[in-house]
Design a binder for this molecule. Sequence first.
Ligand code: SF4
Length: 467
Amino acid sequence: MSRSASQFKIHANEKARDLRHRQVIRTALHGYEIVRDKCKASFQSWESARQAAAEIKWEAVNHLDTHLEALVAKLEARGTKVHWASTGAQACEIIAQILRDKNAHLMIKSKSMTSEEIHLNDALEKAGFTVVESDLGEFIMQLRHEPPYHIVFPSMNLTRGEIKDLFQRELGDAPSDSPEELTMVARRFLRKKYIAADVGLTGANFAIAETGMISVTENEGNSRLTSALPKTMITLIGIEKVLPRMADLALFLPMLATAGAGQMMTGYNTMYSGPRQPGEADGPEEWHVVLLDNRRTELLADAEQRDSLHCIRCGSCLNVCPVFRNIGGHSYGTTYPGPIGAVITPHLLGLKEWKHLCNASSLCEACSEACPVKIDLHHHLLQNRRNAALALPAHCEQLAYKIFGIIANEPKFWWLAKKIGWLTQPLHRLVNGSVLDPVRPFWTKTRDLAPMPRESFKDWWKKRKSN
Ligand code: SF4
């Protein structure tokens, strides 16, 4: 669902003017900051916890090679098949091949933003497989043939009534718009899919190098069923998800739950260490872990923005961003919306097509302040603006600034410009905001140009000194 800069502007404009949409987002995030702050208060010091988390992630990301080697060695020692994928297309092909080898038809899948990033569902469906999302929010969006709206709350843009109508239309079952009853409808449908699925795919929140384990944290238990019922399990994980030690989870699990959803801990926290071992009663017979790069190593090589690999995908920066709250997730046209999306998308998908995202920010710093791992988001947005200006200069803009520089640096020109501005002011007042107004596309379309004062500060000062 990539969006060009002009499409982004049109969509963002529409959404920002759509008061109903803004109300739905406000309702969805209502109370988020209150419950998040209550949970933050239960940390001895939230700021120290953030600092500790940032340092652990720094260690993990700056020694990624060592940690990944340790992780893979431990995983393989217990019979897990590890695959390395340089690109999204490669990861899709690896997963499709596993499905072919297993003669599979149906894959059940728990929530994974990494799989959204590589458009896994589309690739598998094109290859002839059926994929069913098992996370309730993702399932709803799949029924609508739309990508998730938010990295934690995929269907936050929908009302209960809309979900009821959707279930009635697609599943033929929606007794009321009560959340409990609607959940039961989805549950009845999905239970059959878990049993019928040949393969289950999960994402991962963390990978522990020390023990060779994958940590998945969720609220619905669907990830557990996805991994426990099918005979073959696949885990897709971005290489930056590594944490050095098991003990690090003592900090990261409550921190992710707090920042992500204002919970002390998420409902289900599972550690996967390998396929079913001899003598064990349950678990998948075969486990594949796909480690995805997809330009993460290029981001790793960028010393300035390397810390954006610290992201634990809590979604907190989206929740507090005034731009996201007004234009919503789909306007961005990328898997990762909001401030973190505006920072990493140009790296993952190319600066040329995605440079406009860094301008979708008021630079209020709310994102950096909210980030539990202290990513310097607002400065990274500024750096992306600089990178875009250096790499892809806008010639008209450059010329305009050059002319402005000449005028601003020469007192005689500056004086003349002021006089022209002053003398043409009545004319400007006449065309202000109309189609004849030369600055309308940039400025007066939505606001008035401030009137020029009768006297400039310099003239006033000169007069004052001479009196
Ligand atoms: S950048 Fe920070 S606040 Fe935003 S999703 Fe990532 S960890 Fe959360």
